[in-house]
Design a protein around this ligand. Structure first.
Ligand code: SAH
Length: 472
């Protein structure tokens, strides 16, 4: 067995964890500080790069992990102050073996960014808004019955159906630009069998095209993004096999292909300016950054409902739409900064068929509200709890989406397609070619799908494909 399969420092914060037993290593880092700082300050002042890319190899997981990064950011920030320069953007890669406890590191990042923002103000590259939702929301971990990994067939079907668009879009970009390194980001990648699906499709399509064009394949840099609470450890553990398989299938000349997990909300800056060629996101952008505040502040407004329902007052409908408008505009403006000139973005999200805010698509949440209300009437849960719970989720109509894209103005809409997928993904069921609707099986599948989200589910029906223009 290779060292990388077995070696890792003890994770967590227990008595024998690396986190609690790395004082010696800390002392070494402290003593080496003058050399590290001297070296990077030298590099920075000679080259003055707009974005400083730093990699810490063998970062482990504990109090030392961000130590050197903090030292570097502090030193560069101070130097920039002295030289009256704007601090550069930073892109920091923390590397370790796939068995390292990255989840532990990632959970500390929101507080780390918050602290940086407080100390350094707006000059720091990562202006991540502190958002309620990102602290609590994630798909269910592991491979158990209610895990996202075991209950994401619907999302898989959506990804499969949108493949022609994704591939068409990235090939168009690649053949027009022929970049030596193709930088791709999947936003809201989750953790399960779908996580590397789009990456695989993209790599295969580019590889095939390069064969046809008699060219070497480009290098690949793939970023898998999700909230810090997502189980990125599970993804990392699958990477050695994934890369091995690629090498076997495509030969030694393929790549290199680097795959990086990027924890953070896509409602904050994730990448340096002008650095990503292709953005992809499926089944994710309909999740809001927070529960609309009107609803949160005046819970009696949406009494008995957990999402928009016919009994929701107009103020609640307005609050939901406004939150989506705000979030989706922010999402577009952030990606516009990060995308390279001519870069592309393909988004797949649930859409509402009609302009009526209570589309058929929300019937599922109404059913769930009804069930919760039944539990209230039986005294099994408190009424207040149901009344105060509202989903941070919005199903926009085609017009709402187009209006936001147009008003925000950074992207133009290249293609807008609508896909119909049944809630139980029976379209994909090989044993059910006639798509027979089976009440109980369908109900069971849909319920499992909902349970697999810690705070509820995702679903689809459309994707918008945007061609990016470069925004500095
Ligand atoms: N793309 C995958 C997973 C979809 S589930 C697929 O199609 O199967 C939706 C994912 O979006 C979840 O993993 C959730 O954690 C993530 N997500 C929701 N809000 C997010 C945000 N603000 N930033 C990053 N990821 C987010």
């Amino acid at each position: 067995m290779e060292v990388q399969q077995v070696l890792h420092m003890n994770g967590g914060n227990g008595e024998t964890s690396y986190a609690c037993n790395s004082k010696l290593q800390k002392l070494v880092i402290t003593k080496a500080k003058p050399v590290v700082i001297g070296s990077i300050s030298d590099l920075y002042t000679i080259n003055l790069p707009r974005c400083l890319r730093v990699a810490d190899l063998g970062c482990s997981s504990g109090p030392n992990t961000l130590e050197v990064i903090i030292e570097i950011i502090d030193a560069i920030d101070e130097t920039c102050h002295q030289l009256k320069l704007t601090t550069p953007e930073f892109q920091v890669f923390l590397n370790d073996l796939p068995s390292n406890d990255f989840n532990n590191i990632f959970k500390t990042l929101p507080a780390f960014y918050e602290q940086l923002k407080k100390e350094k103000g707006d000059i720091v590259f990562r202006l991540r808004e502190a958002m309620g939702v990102q602290q609590i929301f994630h798909m269910n971990w592991g491979n158990g019955e209610t895990s996202y990994a075991c209950n994401s067939i619907l999302q898989k079907l959506v990804i499969t159906k949108t493949k022609p668009v994704v591939i068409g879009s990235i090939l168009d970009f690649y053949t027009k630009n022929l970049p030596p390194c193709l930088r791709v980001a999947d936003l809201g990648c989750s953790s399960g069998p779908n996580t590397l699906l789009v990456t695989t499709e993209i790599i295969e399509a580019i590889d095939e095209t390069c064969h046809q064009l008699n060219r070497n394949t480009p290098e690949f840099q793939v970023f898998l993004n999700d909230l810090p609470s997502n189980d990125l450890n599970a993804i990392f553990k699958t990477l050695p096999d994934f890369c091995e398989q690629l090498k076997k299938e495509k030969g030694e000349k393929f790549g290199p292909c680097s795959i990086t997990g990027l924890p953070g909300s896509f409602y904050g800056r994730l990448f340096p300016s002008n650095s990503i060629d292709f953005f992809h996101s499926s089944n994710s952008v309909h999740w809001l950054s927070q529960v609309p505040s009107m609803v949160g502040n005046r819970i009696e407004n949406n009494k008995g409902n957990i999402y928009l329902a016919r009994t929701s007052p107009p103020s609640v409908v307005k609050a939901y739409l406004e939150q989506f408008q705000k979030d989706f505009s922010l999402f577009l403006s952030l990606r516009a900064k990060e995308i390279t000139p001519g870069g592309r973005m393909v988004l797949t999200l649930v859409r509402r068929r009609s302009e009526d805010p209570f589309g058929k698509e929300s019937f599922l949440w109404e059913l769930l509200s009804d069930s919760l209300n039944d539990l209230v009437s039986k005294g099994l849960i408190e009424e207040d709890k149901v009344d105060s719970f509202n989903l941070p989720y919005y199903i926009p109509s085609r017009k709402e989406l187009e209006d936001i894209i147009c008003a925000e103005g950074s992207f133009y809409l290249d293609q807008f397609e609508i896909l119909d997928v049944s809630w139980d993904a029976s379209d994909d069921d090989n044993d059910n070619k006639e798509c027979m609707f089976h009440r109980f099986i369908t109900a069971q599948k849909v319920a499992k799908c909902i349970k697999s989200c810690d705070r509820v589910v995702a679903h689809l029906s459309l994707w918008g494909c945007c061609n990016g223009c470069s925004i500095q």
